[in-house]
Design a binder for this molecule. Structure first.
Ligand code: F6P
Length: 362
C-alpha cells in the first residue's frame, strides 16, 4: 500500500544540454514516486517547451523501465527559457501564462525540473509565480551553484580522460604539442579534473587567465629534458590575460575573429611562441553522449529519490543537492554568480602544480 504523500500528481521535464545520467534520474524519480507513494506522473517533452505547447503524456512503469543505463533523455530537452524573450518570440509573459495554464489544466501538484543553472533559475521563477517546483541539478560542467557535484560530470570526465590518454601516444610518436579542448561552459572543472586524471602537461581553465609565454617556457623546459611532446588541456571557456582585461563585448568579437574555437587559438599561439609543431582537437558533444558512469547512475538515482521525498513531504521550492557526501537540498534561488567556478585556491589546482603541471600562470 502506498504511503501518504502531499503530492499526488506531478510533471517531470529535462531542460538545457543533455548529459549522461538523465534517464537514471528520471527512473529514480518515477520509480520512487510510483512504487512508494503511488503518485501519478506526467512526462513533459522537450523541457519548458512541452509545458508551453502542452506536449505531455502520462508515464507508466514500462516507460521508466530499462532506462537506467541509457544516454540522453527519454523526455527530450530544449534550451527554452520562458522568462527570456528573444526577437520574434512570443512575449515572455505569454509563455509563462501558457506554462501556468498547462500546470493547472493537468492538475499537477508539483513540477520536477531536471537541469542546470538556467533550468533551476526558471524553476525558481515559476515557484515565485506560485507553482510547486522541485529542482534536480545535472550537467557535465559541474558548475551548478548550490550543489557540490552534478551527475553527468563523472561520465564526461571519463571520456575526456580517455581522449587525453589517446592523444599522449600520438603526440609522443610525432613529437607534437596537442591542445585538447574540453567542455565546461565558463567553468574549468572538467578540464582541471580530466587534465589531472590524464596527466596533461598544461591545464588552462577560465578562472586562471593564461600567459602563452609561461606555457611556452614550460614546454621548452620539458623538451630540454627529452620530452619533445606535450598535451595541453584547455577548457572551452579558457582565456588569455589579454582577453581577461577586455570587456565582454570586445572579448566576444576578439574570440569570433581569432579562430573556430579556443583550442585552435592556443595551438597557434604556442606555435608562434615556441616554433613547436602543434595540433588542436575539440572533443565536443562526444562528452555529453552515451551511457552514464556507475558513479553518475548512483548520484542520479539518489538525487531522484530524494526529490520524491521532498514532494511527499510537500517541501516545495527546493533543489536537491549533494553536500559533501550527503544528499541534501537547498532553497531554489536565482544565482547571483551565474555559475559555480573553480575557486583559484582550490586544492586541485595546487595538486596539479605539485605534480609539475603548468596552469598557464605563475
Ligand atoms: O552546459 C553543458 C554544455 O555541454 C556546455 O559544456 C557547452 O558549453 C554547452 O552545453 C553547449 O551547448 P549546446 O548544446 O547549446 O550547443
Amino acid at each position: 500500500m502506498a504511503i501518504h504523500s502531499a503530492t499526488k500528481k506531478f510533471g517531470i521535464l529535462t531542460a538545457g544540454g543533455d548529459c549522461p545520467g538523465l534517464n537514471a534520474a528520471i527512473r529514480g524519480v518515477c520509480r520512487a514516486a510510483h512504487d512508494r507513494y503511488g503518485m501519478e506522473i506526467v512526462g513533459i517533452a522537450k523541457g519548458f517547451l512541452g509545458l508551453i505547447d502542452e506536449d505531455t503524456r502520462i508515464l507508466a512503469p514500462e516507460d521508466f523501465s530499462g532506462i537506467l543505463t541509457l544516454g540522453g533523455t527519454i523526455l527530450g530537452s530544449s534550451r527554452e527559457k520562458p522568462f527570456k524573450p528573444t526577437a520574434g518570440d512570443e512575449p515572455a509573459s505569454e509563455k509563462v501564462s501558457a506554462i501556468m495554464e498547462t500546470y493547472s489544466r493537468l492538475r499537477l501538484d508539483c513540477l520536477v525540473v531536471i537541469g542546470g543553472n538556467g533550468t533551476n533559475t526558471t524553476g525558481c521563477k515559476l515557484a515565485r509565480e506560485g507553482l510547486n517546483v522541485i529542482g534536480l541539478p545535472k550537467t557535465i560542467d559541474n558548475d551548478i551553484v548550490g550543489t557540490d557535484r552534478t551527475f553527468g560530470f563523472h561520465s564526461a570526465l571519463g571520456i575526456g580522460t580517455e581522449a587525453i590518454d589517446r592523444l599522449h601516444s600520438t603526440a609522443q610518436s610525432h613529437s607534437r604539442v596537442i591542445v585538447i579542448e574540453l567542455m565546461g561552459h565558463k567553468a574549468g572543472w572538467l578540464a582541471l579534473y580530466a587534465g589531472i586524471a590524464g596527466g596533461g602537461d598544461v591545464i588552462i581553465i577560465p578562472e586562471i587567465p593564461y600567459d602563452v609565454k609561461i606555457i611556452g617556457r614550460h614546454l621548452e623546459n620539458r623538451a630540454s629534458f627529452g620530452k619533445t611532446f606535450s598535451v595541453v588541456v584547455a577548457a572551452e571557456g579558457a582565456m588569455s590575460v589579454k582577453e581577461a582585461k577586455m570587456d565582454k563585448k570586445e572579448r566576444k568579437k576578439y574570440q569570433q575573429e581569432s579562430g573556430p574555437s579556443v583550442a585552435y587559438r592556443i595551438a597557434r599561439e604556442i606555435h608562434d611562441e615556441t616554433g613547436m609543431e602543434t595540433r588542436a582537437t575539440v572533443l565536443g558533444y562526444v562528452q555529453r553522449g552515451g551511457i552514464p558512469s556507475s558513479s553518475d547512475r548512483v548520484l542520479a538515482t539518489c538525487l531522484g529519490t530524494a526529490a520524491v521525498e521532498l514532494m511527499a513531504e510537500g517541501r516545495y521550492g527546493r533543489m536537491v543537492s549533494l553536500n559533501g557526501n550527503d544528499v541534501d537540498s537547498v532553497e531554489l534561488f536565482v544565482p547571483e554568480d551565474k555559475v559555480k567556478n573553480v575557486p583559484v585556491d582550490h586544492y586541485m589546482i595546487d595538486t596539479a602544480r605539485a605534480v609539475g603541471t603548468c596552469i598557464g600562470a605563475h
